[in-house]
Write a protein that binds this ligand. Structure first.
Ligand code: LFR
Length: 486
């Protein structure tokens, strides 16, 4: 029997389950099922369908249980961050969870800071201020008299909620709780002052666990549905970005990473939080990583820009769009990817055109021009963030590791290398699932620690290196980018 780890990896636009095992050739990964994830708009609000995600996980487990010669050692779940479900005193979920793209958090940080100063909140948590942080979602719900929150006995973040549906056990996993902005960066525990400010106490959360700890075992009901036994569910790094960063195939500590998916998360791995007036002013975050590390990073609006356009364009393949972009004029128009107008527009293509028009640039007309504008602008924004990282962190940075689905895009990898001026090492594209499996393997005693696993990933997954080119052209483009940023 082949011993396998079952990883559930859920992103904002799609989810997948994967079986991972260790062979003499290193890490072997096999996708079991893949499914879309949608924002569901009802009466002016945006929700996730947590039951549909659960159903797809059950489907994946059923398929895995029917595979010959496969023994599932454990299960781990990672998802996007900040969203949560409320659970009532009878253990039932209290309506579908809000999506972090819901407009109910507009202005929520400012409202919160009128009671507790921004500086104090940042000093406690080290977390970048973004409207959708769970702290502000909870406060917005509290102010609105939200019925689910009012009746909540427990609050469970998405990966913990899904583990609960599988096992009946409630935990609060550390990495997902840090990105919520509810954890004290020094004590690495829930911060009661912040909980109190949103009307909660620690008793509203499940048992606090760190990556690698066991949540529980598949419930009798799930065992019956899937044909599996009492398999343990492990709290991996429940935040997808934490799982992805664990799988960066770095060989030295002189690297930055770019976890490229719906978001582009760009940062470095630090041993301790970096909380200074400068990091606060530039709004950099200190999220909890595996084995005590800190993910010091910045959220950059990533493939969301293109994913949203693609929804409007119908069936288009990435290679087709990339080829169209490559054939267009360079640096015709640029956008600032993190402009608020791109957060959740009803028409992304129009939002990009409007941005170009209002900044006095040629308006992109063709699909290729739009895609080129997105890729060039992202590359230049990466340069800007890398410059910040260098200024905020003393360790040299000589390689940029691009991981996640976006690392399959050779054109963007090359432009990123050109913009940042250091080599880009691309891959693995399934970093998040790999990180998830790594933590399960460590928990099962089948792997030693993250550094040894990183070596194994580097040895078993093919990586591509992109050397910077056309320095003068990209320096000029960067100056152009800085002029248009409004
Ligand atoms: C990436 C990610 C980011 C988080 C964003 C919203 O999938 O988890 O780290 O800031 O989604 O939750």
């Amino acid at each position: 029997m082949k011993q396998c780890f079952f990883a559930v990896d859920l992103g904002a636009t799609s989810g997948r389950t994967i079986l991972g095992s260790f062979t003499s050739n290193g890490l072997e990964m096999k996708e079991v099922n893949r499914f879309p994830n949608h924002l569901i708009e009802v009466n002016g609000h945006f929700y996730w369908d947590i039951y549909e995600l659960y159903r797809n996980i059950i489907e994946g487990l059923k398929l895995a249980s029917r595979k010959e010669n496969v023994e599932i050692v454990s299960i781990g779940i990672d998802t996007w961050g900040v969203d949560f479900v409320c659970v009532g005193k009878d253990g039932h979920l209290l309506r579908q969870p809000y999506s972090y793209r819901d407009p109910h958090t507009e202005g929520a940080p400012e409202a919160f800071f009128s009671r507790i100063p921004r500086k104090h909140v940042y000093e406690l948590t080290g977390i970048q201020v973004m409207n959708f942080n769970s702290l502000f979602q909870l406060d917005a719900m509290r102010r609105a008299g939200d019925s689910a929150l009012a009746a909540a006995e427990k609050i469970l973040f998405t990966p913990d909620a899904l583990s609960y549906l599988l096992t009946g056990e409630m935990v609060t996993e550390y990495t997902i709780a840090t990105t919520a902005q509810l954890v004290n960066a020094s004590t690495r525990k829930l911060e009661s002052e912040l909980l109190q400010a949103v009307g909660l106490t620690e008793s509203h959360f499940g048992r606090f666990v760190y990556p690698g700890e066991k949540v529980g075992e598949l419930s009798a009901e799930v065992q019956r549905m899937t044909g599996l036994g009492a398999i343990p569910v492990i709290a991996v790094a429940g935040h997808d970005t934490a799982s992805a960063v664990a799988a960066v195939p770095a060989q030295s500590s002189h690297f930055a990473y770019l976890s490229s998916g719906t978001w582009s998360l760009m940062g470095i791995e630090a041993d301790a939080p970096i909380i200074t007036p400068e990091t606060e002013a530039l709004n950099y975050t200190n999220e909890g990583g595996v084995e005590g590390t800190i993910r010091f990073l910045k959220n950059i609006c990533g493939m969301w820009l293109l994913e949203r356009c693609r929804l409007q364009w119908g069936e288009t393949s990435y290679p087709e769009l990339i080829a169209e972009a490559n054939a267009c004029e360079a640096f015709r128009s640029l956008i600032y990817p993190d402009d608020a107008s791109f957060a959740n527009p009803s028409d992304m293509e129009q939002a990009i055109k409007d941005y170009c028009k209002s900044t006095g640039q040629p308006v992109p007309e063709t699909r290729g021009q739009i895609v080129r504008c997105i890729f060039e602008s992202l590359s230049l924004r990466y340069r800007q963030v890398l410059d910040d990282l260098r200024a905020l962190f003393s360790r040299p940075i000589d390689t940029l590791h691009v991981i996640g689905g976006g690392s399959r895009n050779d054109l963007l990898n090359q432009w990123t290398a050109n913009a940042v001026g250091i080599p880009v090492v691309a891959g693995p594209s399934e970093a998040t699932a790999i990180g998830n499996i790594m933590l399960q393997a460590i928990s099962a005693g089948k792997a030693q620690d993250v550094p040894s696993m990183r070596k194994l990933v580097a040895a078993s997954i093919p990586l591509k290196t992109f050397q910077p080119q056309d320095d003068a052209v990209w320096s000029e483009a960067y100056a152009q980018f800085k002029r248009i940023v409004r």
